[in-house]
Design a protein around this ligand. Sequence first.
Ligand code: ZN
Length: 292
Amino acid sequence: MLKTRRLAIAVLAPAMLCAACATPDSKPPSVVGSIAAAGLSGAARHPVSAAPSSGAGHGASRPVAAKLPLAGKTVGIDPGHDGGNFNDAASIDTMVWNGRAEETCDTTGTATASGYTESRFNLSVATYLRADLIADGARVVMTRTSDHGVGPCVTTRAQIINQAHADVAIDIHADGGPANGRGFTVLEPVADGTNDKVIRPSMAFGADVRDAMLAYTTMPVSNYYGASGVLERDNLAGLNLTTVPKILIECGNMPNPTDATMLTSPAFQQQAARALTAAIVAFLTGRTIQKG
Ligand code: ZN
């Protein structure tokens, strides 16, 4: 969840304003996955990614493996917030420059009425997504891989992905909107100098993400935030400071009971990851998004 719907947010929980980040000197930023770790879910969805036959026999030349759809591509994943942010207000309240204005280094994120945290959800979807992407041949860079740390700061998260020269990147969140509001929203960057070159591809990627979410999940587009599932945002470090095509997705609205049931379900989390994988494959290869 991100910090604009001030009204609803203020009513729900002042400390839960989103907008990723934590301590500037907090550590272990990036974790890179590689094809070597594959063998996970996802590959089966792409017939071209089938492994070479083991029955080639002695002396026969081994068949050349069909190229995995994301071979040679780098994907950045930023699971918003962090579980430790709840216990380190001093760190996450540090002010940082987001490219247009100051904002806090990170926030705690939101939670469902039963206390399932957004940071946990974000990391869970990110972990499923990483496995799917690696299975499809991608190199994956993540800004965090545990839910027990603090941060890193939103600015550091952007840096990690920029420095990895990702071909595309996604910030994963869930919203903390009004309890009667439902659905997902794709947040897209607005040109500010730093991100000028990636506005158009980010918008194209955003359209792929929206289409894939509708094809692969039963989560509807938001009925309270953005239009047709899309909204431009110019006050988020992750989008202001990006030099690679990137969008942020609010996968659903945690305070809404129907959305909460979906968001806390591993089945939905895996569906969302498959949707994001399909969107990434479509964006990077031109492959059509098909029904999940
Ligand atoms: Zn968030």
